[in-house]
Structures are given as C-alpha cells and as structure tokens.
Design a protein around this ligand. Sequence first.
Ligand SMILES: *Cc1c(COP(=O)(O)O)cnc(C)c1O
Length: 450
Amino acid sequence: MSKNSMWMQRDLSALWHPCTQMKDHERLPVIPIRTAKGVWLEDFDGNRYIDAVSSWWVNLFGHCNPRINEAIKTQLDTLEHVILAGFSHEPVIELSERLIRLAPPGLTKCFYADNGSSAIEVALKMSFHYWKNVGQPKKRSFVNLANSYHGETLGALALGDVPLYKETYEPLLIDVITAPTPDCYYRDEGESWEAYSLRQFVKMEALLEARHTEIAAVIVEPLVQCAGGMRMYHPVYLTKLREICSRLNVHLIADEIAVGFGRTGTLFACEQAGITPDFMCLSKGLTGGYLPLSVTLTTTQVYDAFYDNYESLKAFLHSHSYTGNPLGCSAALATLDIFASDHVIEKNQKLAAVMAESTQHLAAHPHVAEVRQQGMILAIEMVKDKQTRTPFPWQERRGLRVFQHALSREVLMRPLGNVIYFMPPYVIDEAQLRHLALVAEEGIHLATRD
Ligand SMILES: *Cc1c(COP(=O)(O)O)cnc(C)c1O
C-alpha cells in the first residue's frame, strides 16, 4: 500500500472534513500533505501540487516562509499565549498600531477574535449594540447583498446569501434584508462595469431611503464576492454606498476577510473606492496563512458609545479564548514586514498582468461565458450555453472534473461550482502562472466535451 493510501485510511476512520460530503471520498482520494515549501505542497508519495487557491485564500507568501517561520519561533520561546482581558503583550499592541496606520483613515480601534466568522459576529453585535447604546434601539436590522458570503457561524451565515450553505439552517437564522447585487456578470452586453454597478446601486439607495430607521448596518464584501463564485463589481458602488450610509446614519461593514492584504491589487479593497467603513473585518491573509487570527477594526465614534461607567452596562462583553494570540500576532507582524520591505503590491501588478494575458484567449472558448479579474484574483466562468449564459446543472459537477484533471498536472485548483479561479500565493512565478492557465484550459476542454 502506498504511504498516501495508508494515511488516507487512517484519516477516513477518524476525521470528518470541512465542507465535504464524506461519501465522495469513496472515489476521490483525501490527499495527505507531508510538507510544503513556497507554492508547492507535497504528499506522502512525493507528488507535488502548486497551491493555486492559497490553501483556501489564506496563504500570501508561500508555505514555510523563512521569515514568518523565524518570527513565530522567536515568539514561541518568549510568550505563547496570555489572556487579553486586563492583560496585553507586545505583538498585539504593535500589530494594532500598524493595522491602524495601514487601514483606511478613521479606523482607530482593533478588536480581536480567532477566525473570520467570529470577526463578522463581532461587527454585527457591535453595530446592534452601538445603536442601543446611543438610544436608537429600533435600528436592529441588517442589509446584505444577494450572493454574499460572510462565514458559517449562525450570525455570519444569516448575513450570507449562498443557498447551498444557508438554506438548511434558515429556521435558525436572523432575518436580513437582501439588496440586489452589483455583480457585473449580469450587466448588459456593451454595458460597462461602472454603469451596471451604478444601476444596481439605485435599488440599494431606494431600500435604505425607505427603511433606514430600522437598519443598523449594511454588510458587503468589497469588490469581489469570493465564495459566491468570484463575482466582481466596480468600486463606484462602494463610494456611493459610503455616502448614503453616512447620510442616513447606517453603519457600513466591510468584510475584507478574503479580499484584504493585496488580493484585489491594493492592500485593502476599500482603498479603490476611497472609503472608510465603520467596521472592517480581516482574517485569512492576516497571518500570511499561518495561524487563526482575526480582527474587527472600528472608529472612535463606535468605541466611544461603549465607553462609560461599568454600571451603565454599555461595555462590549464579548470574548474568545484565543483572542489576540501572540503567535498569530507575530506571524501577522512578519507578514506586514514583507509587505513593507518587498514592494509586494507593485510586484503583484506584473503577476496580475501575466494572469490576464495567459487566460485572455479562454474568453473565446464555446463553454466560457467570461474571464474576469480583480488584481490577484482571476476567474473563468464555465457555462453550458455561451449565448444564453445557461449554466451547467450543478448536479453534473463539472468543476470537480477540472479539479481532478488539475491534480494530475501538479495543481491544486478547487473550482467553485462552474467557476474556475486562481488566487495564488504572491510568491508564484510567471512560468507557474502560465502552467495554471494551461491546466485550466485543458480542464475546461475535458469538463465540457460531453
Ligand atoms: C472565509 C470568509 C469568511 C469566514 O472566515 P472563516 O475564518 O472561514 O470563519 C467570511 N467572509 C468572507 C468574505 C470569507 O471569504
């Protein structure tokens, strides 16, 4: 028996994997990874795979990055963890100062948790609680965008709008008000991204005008709805949304958990719209993809509404055991050091151009509706009928065929339904990007030929 098979057997007898129908593993292998370096993952039989999805969008500067490894090792021998209520430590203080300096101006306070969904829960609870603290308890509803995704815990799940993840649990979830999405996949032929996003904004505007007195906050994934199939829209939507939220006294929550840290071509996606949200949630790339950590940044105005004598019971009594973990913070600091010293955002422009150029011709494929890109995220939408944009029925699982083909070509590519995408670590090189494009093309041919 191969080493892989041996580990797989042990795995399947003891584990239940995330986001997986375990029965699929009767025919699909679980791939046990023994080690990793840079963009490469290596299994127990010595097969290698380019991590084209950054291990679920977390990894920024490669696996086992020497600089991040070193930072964590040093921190490990200094302080591994300490309670963050009433106590503090150097990495969390330094990280907070640096995030505030890097974030859109006006975000002045950092509240930590240990995963993206929890950062969303924090923003939700803070927004709701803010309006209660300032004497406007009727403002308690949340507005989301169609096809959005904000995580899996019940509060975060309620704010999402991907039926595959949400529908089953609907009876458990708070009600939300869903606005039409600015997703430019649906624009008319010849219509620009900007024109379409503006057109969709009008519906959001009408909704907020009509119901702002009951609305606490609007939550959006700035520029790219990642889990919803890497659907994209124009920054003008965010600029307009910021204006109206300010005018009508509604909070704006920016979920930059996936798009933060350079994915869209700027450090934060909000920068492209020139806006400061009332809450900005970060996780995933925050630690370079090393350790679970998340942060919700907010404004002095929000912070001040909770600041009072204890008896007023205005405090935000929310915590997680591993809040602000020093190892996670040290990985985050090393990650920010790399951004600062290596001109990452500038260098990524070259990589983004290679991604565009090497996949451009796929737009002409008879089963490709669109090739779209926002910075370091590139997506290819497979369809059954190009003219009508009729999707392949989800039951056919065409994306899975691309996944399987990619594995045989040394690539970990994990399509979202019929959407093939690249969201690679920034240490990928041009030749590797061209290989991804070639493998995607082969995969699409194979997956669509019958
Ligand atoms: C991944 C993700 C989350 C949830 O983060 P977890 O760490 O998986 O809980 C929330 N929002 C967006 C946009 C995400 O991509």
